[in-house]
Write a protein that binds this ligand. Structure first.
Ligand SMILES: Nc1ncnc2c1ncn2[C@@H]1O[C@H](COP(=O)(O)OP(=O)(O)OP(=O)(O)O)[C@@H](O)[C@H]1O
Ligand SMILES: [Mg+2]
Length: 332
């Protein structure tokens, strides 16, 4: 039996190391989904480095007073086995598991009648433990779960919110760009080492090019900005264009799995089956975007196979009818 102190609160949320930029529309849409009584399990889905974790954390901060029992946040990136999922949830909930009964019963017992938002960050490598989440949803009717993952979890209760790159500046406009989140994120990171750095007529085109080359990917922008102490913006853009492996960084407290675009891609690659890896290789020979017809006739990829890559955030459909885009073209 779990003994709970009368002043029980979940663990405090992490404090992010850098300010949060943009994503107003995404935060509003996620808040709307979480307010919907039918949506009790929401996955923020997207490729590595897209800003899923930051979006989830920012959502958690904004919801602390909305759920009567608060938010429990668990960062699962370092868990490589489903065995420890219940322990990780217990730690986030700030309670100690006893030796009996079994840990899952203790967790469910503890959550009983709690109006709480569980935020589980980086779930993709723990797909074997989705049954724990299904149990929570089935037995704790007041709890909601927000997940971040590079891969769709595939539960019946799951709603999905797909995250894409930050808004990009107009390549043809030689005046604006200051307002676009991708530029703001780049500038913020540059100013950490060059405090008085400004967007000027001289560097605008190169900065706009960098934002487009990384397609608004926040991690790509951070890694590109880390080079400004030794290269000009035009040189950084040229290097990225030449080889995406250029996007690597030596900042000490960046997680190793996000230390370069290559590492981010390798991690997602390992989550694919050998057949999916072959299909992705074939698609990468086509272009960065293509129609479904081309995919089927030229690359011989069936709709089911295509769907498995969408579920793993390696390709996505664009708003343009029947157009599919690779999320990782530079990584191959
Ligand atoms: N809106 C934002 N404002 C400021 N920084 C951001 C924003 N979005 C992302 N970042 C930064 O970009 C980097 C990548 O973001 P994040 O870790 O959230 O990506 P992710 O999608 O969770 O990646 P992964 O799949 O590898 O876990 C981080 O250093 C993060 O702080
Ligand atoms: Mg993450």
């Amino acid at each position: 039996m779990v003994v709970e102190s009368p002043q029980w609160r979940p663990r405090s949320l992490l404090i992010p190391p850098t300010p949060f930029i943009g994503r107003e529309a995404e935060l509003a849409e996620i808040a709307e989904l979480l307010a919907n009584p039918n949506c009790r399990f929401l996955t923020i889905l997207g490729p590595g480095g897209m800003g899923k974790s930051r979006l989830a954390l920012q959502t958690a901060v904004g919801h602390q007073t909305i759920f009567a029992d608060g938010i429990a946040y668990a960062s699962l990136a370092s868990l490589d086995s489903s065995e420890f999922i219940v322990q990780a949830l217990a730690e986030a909930l700030n309670f100690t598991l006893a030796s009996s009964p079994d840990p899952t019963s203790q967790l469910l017992n503890f959550l009983h009648q709690k109006e709480i938002l569980l935020v589980l960050d980086n779930f993709e490598q723990l797909l074997d433990s989705v049954w724990v989440l299904a149990e929570i949803l089935a037995q704790v009717s007041e709890a909601k779960i927000l997940i971040t993952s590079r891969q769709w979890l595939g539960l019946q209760e799951e709603w999905v919110f797909a995250v894409h790159g930050l808004p990009l500046p107009d390549e043809c406009d030689d005046k604006g760009a200051e307002e676009d989140s991708s530029v703001l994120l780049f500038l913020h990171n540059v100013r950490r080492s060059r405090h008085s750095f400004m967007l000027t007529e001289a560097n605008r085109a190169a900065i706009v090019r960098i934002c487009h080359l990384v397609d608004g990917l926040p991690l790509g922008l951070e890694l590109a900005a880390s080079w400004v102490h030794s290269l000009s913006c035009a040189e950084i853009a040229n290097e990225i264009e030449r080889e995406l492996d250029f996007l690597t960084v030596s900042t000490r407290n960046i997680a190793e799995r996000q230390g370069s675009i290559r590492t981010v891609f390798d991690y997602s690659w390992q989550l694919l089956s050998p057949v999916e890896q072959q299909i992705l290789k074939r698609l990468s020979l086509l272009d960065t975007s293509f129609s479904r017809e081309i995919v089927e006739t030229v690359a011989g990829v069936s709709p089911v196979q295509l769907l498995s890559l969408v579920d793993k955030s390696l390709i996505h459909r664009t708003d343009k009818i029947d157009t599919i885009c690779l999320n990782c073209s530079g990584g191959l």
